[in-house]
Write a protein that binds this ligand. Structure first.
Ligand code: GDP
Ligand code: ZN
Length: 305
């Protein structure tokens, strides 16, 4: 039987097939195979061991090749990479006008993560019923110019919800952003599912809150929302300082003209990025974001030494 992994706990995975969820363990040879044998989003082949309506169980025997994935550093144990979710189509970065106010530095980090993994990303600005201040409006104008679609929404007033529904249709979307911006409200309105409640909550070990684990929420129309708590951990995982500019399309388009091949675009002479900022071709706030992200990646490297 073929199915898709929608949840993973320390002991087993939940596989969705033909509308039913099966709690599955892994065949022995899979457990030995590498550190991320089966992850959320994987397509797997499994044998059903119990098909009673109240106890559906099975064993995963093979995993199909992953297309794309997002990962973070492992907290414990050997092996650096912990894959959070695989086979996703796009990343929706959700922020709000107020409570909390959009942080563009955080947005730029998330966009960089998508870009470096070649996963299309877009921006959802929610709570526009609160009114968008001019300085936010001015800064928002940067994104469509660098190929990032912007969808303005209000759950309260109903703006943009059809546009969002269209964007999510048939896609597996990682929905990410700070808490309180309205992710759960948006998805409840647009897809009619509650992402705060795991579809497999029955299966979780006692005491473990479902919202702390990555969960794949299938919707009736074939689309899916992947909820990944703690985006701060995964956004910049595995990025080297030298790769950052390449993951910002506005910087990347000029960085190859810098005098030094390994230019960090800070103090070096003949830096094409700084020249473009001065000429107004790169927005100074995007450049400032780059410097902030570079700093945090450099600091993280220091700490690792
Ligand atoms: P999440 O943490 O991102 O899932 O955010 P929630 O969906 O739980 O929403 C956080 C708060 O923002 C709740 O009190 C919502 O009622 C409120 N909220 C959500 N969408 C909107 C909106 O479009 N406008 C306003 N004014 N408030 C909203
Ligand atoms: Zn440079």
């Amino acid at each position: 039987m073929r199915g898709q992994v929608v949840f993973r706990s320390s002991r087993n995975v939940i596989v969705l097939a033909d509308g039913n969820s099966y709690r599955c363990d892994l065949a022995g040879r899979l457990r030995k195979k590498g550190r991320n044998p089966v992850v959320v989003g994987d397509w797997v082949e499994f044998n059903i061991t119990s098909d009673a309506a109240d106890v559906r169980e099975g064993q995963v025997v093979s995993v199909e090749e992953r297309k794309v994935w997002i990962s973070r550093r492992r907290d414990v144990g050997k092996g650096r990479e912990l894959i959070l979710a695989a086979n996703i189509d796009q990343i929706g970065c959700v922020f709000s006008v107020g409570f909390p106010t959009i942080k563009f530095g955080t947005l730029d980090r998330l966009l960089m993560a998508g870009c470096s993994r070649e996963i299309p990303s877009f921006l959802i600005l929610n709570k526009i019923d609160l009114g968008i201040p001019d300085e936010i409006e001015e800064r928002l104008a940067i994104y469509p110019k660098i190929g990032i679609d912007l969808i303005r929404t209000s759950v309260v007033a109903g703006d943009g919800l059809d546009e969002l529904a269209e964007r999510l249709k048939g896609q597996a979307t990682v929905l990410t952003g700070p808490s309180g911006v309205g992710k759960s409200s948006l998805i409840a309105h647009v897809l009619g599912i509650d992402i705060r409640i795991s579809p497999v909550s029955d299966y979780n070990e006692k005491g473990k809150h479902t919202t702390t684990a990555v969960t794949w929420h299938p919707a009736a129309d074939g689309s899916a929302i992947i909820d990944t708590p703690g985006f701060r951990d995964w956004a910049l995982w595995g990025m080297d300082p030298g790769e950052l500019a390449a993951a910002m399309p506005d910087l990347a388009s000029v960085a190859n003209r810098c005098h030094f091949r390994d230019c960090s675009h800070r103090e070096e002479p003949d830096c094409a990025v700084r020249a473009a900022v001065e000429d107004g071709d790169i927005h100074p706030l995007r450049y400032r974001s780059y410097l902030g992200i570079l700093d945090s990646v450099l600091q993280r490297q220091e700490r690792k030494r």
